[in-house]
Design a protein around this ligand. Structure first.
Ligand SMILES: [Zn+2]
Ligand SMILES: [Zn+2]
Length: 287
């Protein structure tokens, strides 16, 4: 049974890989163009797709029990400015960054038209991507909170005290480089295949949009386990400026440096309040 499933998966992997190689060969585009168009498509589809979903949630007040800051939403004018900012970044800045970034990716060994690597290489590269991202993001983010640089760079991102998914990319250009581009360097340095890089990008963009969504869904793959980061911690980071929680995918560095102690206290208070309220409601029903 298991051998049959493994064979079927192997066969599927081989045909997808062959299909990809044929597509690159016959597409009529050079590898640089495939890299630029494909990366922009992956980035925009995940970012705007997820944000449309969250917009519907805000608009129709869906799952209110999962909304971290209740009915509160950010200022409308700020949200509008943020949408324009993201559109300019996605469709004006990104093409140039990707055009000039491609030779660097090639220098580190990124392959475009080669067969897609097997699942062990895939998993290895994604794990390295998460570990490198977690480390660079945490230290870069802490640096941006230093009082000598905060107001010049990171303050813009913290204009949002209540988050929405789009606020994840509302940042000063220097922060964009430090916090959003450099931390994804794990896969460049590994010389990952372009398909692995795109899968990594889906995971990373999904994570930043979800942690800024203002929703804490129990089923979110980014906060299933206690050692993960998640939306609740990052919402605290925005609503309680300079009180810690600098991490990303995992709480490893916050745990090592004890920079989430304020969040733990806040969470304990919040949970106790919720518990007391539930008990009061239950007691009232019994009367
Ligand atoms: Zn911050
Ligand atoms: Zn943020």
């Amino acid at each position: 049974m298991m051998a049959g499933v493994a064979d079927a998966l192997q066969e599927l992997g081989t045909s997808l890989s062959n299909g990809w190689v044929d597509f690159v060969k016959n597409s009529g585009y050079d590898e640089r163009m495939i890299f630029i168009i494909g990366t922009m498509a992956v980035h925009s589809t995940v970012f705007w797709g997820m944000n449309i979903f969250y917009y519907i949630c805000y608009r129709y007040e869906l799952w209110p029990e999962r909304k971290i800051q209740g009915k509160t939403l950010p200022n409308y004018e700020l949200a509008k400015e943020c949408v324009v900012h993201c559109l300019v970044n996605h469709f004006c800045v990104a093409p140039f960054t990707l055009y000039f970034g491609f030779p660097l990716m090639q220098y580190f060994g990124m392959e475009v038209g080669a067969p897609i690597p097997n699942w062990t290489v895939f998993l290895r590269d994604i794990l390295v991507g998460i570990l490198v991202n977690d480390t660079l993001f945490y230290w870069g983010h802490r640096f941006l909170h230093h009082k000598s640089v905060y107001r010049y760079v990171h303050k813009q991102h913290h204009t949002f005290k209540v988050n929405t998914g789009i606020s994840s990319e509302y940042a000063h250009p220097i922060e964009h480089i430090f916090s959003n581009i450099v931390p994804i360097a794990g896969n460049w340095v590994m010389g990952s295949h372009i398909i692995v890089f795109w899968v990594w990008l889906v995971i990373r963009i999904g994570e930043i949009v979800e942690t800024h969504s203002g929703y804490d869904f129990a089923w979110s793959p980014y906060s299933i386990f206690d050692w993960q980061g998640g939306a609740d911690r990052h919402e605290f980071h925005h609503s309680h400026e300079h009180l810690g929680c600098y991490g990303s995918f995992t709480m490893f560095w916050d745990w090592v440096c004890d920079t989430d102690k304020n969040y733990k206290r806040y969470k304990a208070r919040k949970d106790a309040k919720k518990f007391a309220l539930e008990n009061a409601v239950a007691a009232k029903k019994m009367e």
